[in-house]
Write a new protein. Structure first.
Length: 251
């Protein structure tokens, strides 16, 4: 009614109604309880709106209900810290008024990969449990996954140095001139280098050693020196050698 007779009145009225619906002040063409409270509230006393706002925006839930079927249920919007903890160690399965996460060996392994230990993870989950101790199936899952975690490790390296002479391997690892290679012993006869093969060979030879290059199959690899081809004459003519031969033969 306030914009009737003004330019673009219909568009302005539509936008106002859309904003009112977005703010939950109107619904289905009528004022909501929040809308009535907003009309009745005094500008200097906004407390009357708080009860209506709490109904629309309940406080976040900070605890979860852990079930024996390896699920965790949060009956309401989860707090950010709780959602982060559960998402780090479980798979989110449902949304809505009750949010559900499911723990699996892969999801628990993901939490361990991120640096958590089994005791730390169990303690963090127990701290947000709404019903006391964690179910035994969840505790066993975390402990069993932790026992298998890290039994094998992946080492980033650019190349390896191997030798049957263990004393030589120890000597290389302690050599000051080879510190830039970042040599690390991964076995009594193997060193891992942080530099590619070409740079590692050059550093070893520069330190007075005589390494040989080995292929991926374990066989010796022959290093071929870079060849130098004679330059092409500026004429670039295919008949130039023939003319030169004729001049030589003619004396």
């Amino acid at each position: 009614m306030a914009v009737v007779g003004e330019p673009l009145a219909e568009d302005r009225a539509a936008h106002i109604l859309d904003e009112a619906a977005f703010l939950a002040l109107v619904a289905h063409g009528a004022l909501t309880p929040l809308g009535h409270a907003l009309l009745a509230v005094s500008p200097g006393d906004p407390d009357a709106l708080r009860s209506h706002l709490r109904e629309l925006l309940p406080p976040p839930v900070e605890q979860a209900h852990f079930q024996a079927d390896l699920t965790a249920v949060v009956p309401g919007p989860p707090a950010a810290a709780l959602a982060g903890l559960l998402s780090s160690a479980a798979e989110r399965e449902s949304e809505g008024h009750a949010v559900t996460w499911r723990f699996t060996p892969a999801s628990v392994r993901r939490a361990l990969d991120a640096g958590l230990t089994a005791p730390d993870l169990l303690a963090a989950l127990a701290a947000v449990s709404a019903a006391g101790p964690l179910p035994q199936p969840l505790t066993y899952l975390v402990q069993d996954t932790a026992r298998a975690h890290g039994r094998m490790r992946v080492l980033p390296t650019a190349c390896c140095i191997r030798s049957d002479d263990e004393a030589l391997i120890r000597e290389l690892a302690a050599h000051r001139a080879l510190q830039d290679l970042g040599l690390r012993a991964i076995a009594p006869t193997v060193l891992a280098s942080a530099r590619p093969p070409a740079e590692t060979l050059e550093a070893l030879r520069g330190a007075g050693y005589a390494p040989a290059l080995e292929s991926e199959t374990g066989t010796a690899s022959v290093e071929r020196a870079t060849g130098h081809r004679a330059g092409v004459t500026s004429s670039g003519c295919a008949t130039a050698p023939l003319a030169l031969a004729r001049r030589l033969l003619s004396g």
